[in-house]
Design a protein around this ligand. Structure first.
Ligand code: ASP
Length: 436
């Protein structure tokens, strides 16, 4: 059985839903469908979920909200009418509207995007609608109740055979709605796949797979055919935005592959995310992220001072700052952290290190990190030479260098202004050399 999750752009309007139906009907294994709320139809459109968040704030602060309600209703009614879906969605939406007031629970209201979408999709496909509030359960402390949810999801599939479940939300034991974080329908899909021991978790979106480099930097880059969960985590961490990060572990744990597919081009194979390293190219992808600072800590004879490193790092721990990298030299260590996390404590940390350890600290606030990722780089000579050669030719100065011990990732730190040039040249150069 395949678990088939459709994202908001695949459900944005009636023409998208027609494609969804054709996809579902083309494979008998697609018996369990998870849906997001209708997303953007065009670049400047507004997602239903965003409208619901705004509506909730308007209700709370007493701002008139008829316009938003009308826009939300219009979106669902367009889908129903264009596809002749036998469901009185107008009545249900009117009931919701009539019940709204400043005390309406925000989670409940926001979850209605997925709820109404799943109602329509289920009626359109002739599948049973199963409310996530009845099968996706949270404990009162907000943690996901995996065991209860597993039993309920399995029961629903056994009972109905073919079901549509709204993503993104579930319920506490008392029935109140709780939400996963934004983009959380991916998580619902991943858990449902895990519970049912799916043969594949299909994640249908509006791109034909994961690009090996950010398409905003390089136009129409290659699509990765196969990527390991670990490679994906490295690339996502460095800014590649593909799936909700919490959606990987539930399937990775039990060895279910994820296939990223394009609703608008369903014949393309997309990207398969799998446990094993791909057998394709040497380098799988490149990603980059701005917003790092490096504390360059200098102390004479540092390398001979037992415990110096631990003491310095403990200052960062004390201020709850996670360390990204810490490359070191003879008398110097550079501690790289995210600007966002450290901005408030930078000066406190510097003065504490300088006064307590007699070290001097220089700050580099202009740092982007670029990750070159690929299992197949391991044990191969010449990869770093190729990477550095390309950056040298492009006139990019490398400020920081780090390689993960398992050789999965090479991290290169450059000035923020050089990041895009560096990524573009790496993509071009590594493709030319047949490494990407
Ligand atoms: N609709 C929700 C959001 O926009 C959840 C999802 O699409 O996965 O974040």
């Amino acid at each position: 059985m395949k678990i088939t999750k459709f994202g908001g752009s695949s459900l944005a309007d009636s023409s998208q839903l027609k494609k969804v139906k054709a996809i579902i009907e083309s494979d008998a294994e697609r018996r369990v469908v998870i849906v997001s709320a209708p997303g953007k139809r065009t670049g400047d459109d507004i997602k239903i979920t965003d409208m619901l968040y705004t509506l909730s704030s308007h209700l709370k602060y007493g701002v008139p909200d008829d316009k938003i309600l009308a826009l939300i209703t219009e979106r669902f009614v367009e889908i129903k009418n264009a596809l002749n879906i036998p469901l009185d969605i107008e009545k249900e939406l009117a009931e919701l509207a009539a019940a709204l007031d400043k005390n309406t629970d925000r989670n409940y209201l926001v979850s209605r995007g997925e709820y109404f979408c799943a109602r329509l999709v289920a009626a359109y496909l002739g599948y049973e609608f199963v409310d996530a509030a009845d099968v996706i359960k949270f404990s009162f402390d907000g943690t996901f109740d995996e065991e209860t949810s597993r039993a309920l999801v399995r029961e629903a599939v056994e009972k109905y055979g073919r079901i549509v479940v709204p993503g993104f939300y579930g319920a506490y034991p008392n029935g109140d709605i709780n939400l996963f974080s934004r983009g959380g329908s991916d998580i619902t899909g991943a858990f449902v796949a895990r519970f049912l021991g799916a043969s594949m978790y299909e994640n249908w979106t509006d791109v034909s797979g994961i690009c090996c480099v950010d398409p905003r930097i390089v136009s129409s880059p290659k699509i990765i055919e196969k990527i390991s969960y670990d490679e994906l985590r490295e690339l996502s961490y460095m800014g590649a935005n593909v799936l909700h990060e919490d959606s990987i572990l539930p399937v990775q744990d039990v060895g279910i592959d994820i296939n990223i597919l394009n609703t608008n081009a369903p014949c393309e194979r997309g990207t398969v995310i799998t446990r094993d390293a791909g057998d394709g190219s040497t380098i799988t992808g490149i990603a980059g992220k701005d917003g790092f600072i490096s504390f360059m800590i200098h102390k004479k004879h540092m390398s001979g001072e037992v415990g110096f490193l631990r003491k310095v790092l403990s200052v960062f721990e004390k201020y709850n700052i996670s360390i990204e990298h810490a490359p070191s030299g003879m008398d110097m260590i550079s501690v790289i952290v995210s600007k966002e996390h450290a901005s408030r404590t930078v000066h406190t940390i510097i003065s504490e290190i300088e006064t307590t350890f007699g070290a001097s600290v220089v700050l580099d606030r202009d740092l982007s990190l670029i990750a070159v990722v690929g299992h197949n780089m391991s044990g191969k000579a010449g990869i770093c030479a190729a990477v550095f050669g390309i950056l040298g030719e492009a006139g990019v100065n490398i400020k920081v260098l780090a390689q993960a011990p398992d050789e999965l990732t090479i991290i290169i730190g450059v000035a923020e202004k050089d990041k895009d040039v560096a990524i573009k040249s790496l993509y071009g150069g590594l493709c030319e050399k047949g490494l990407l």
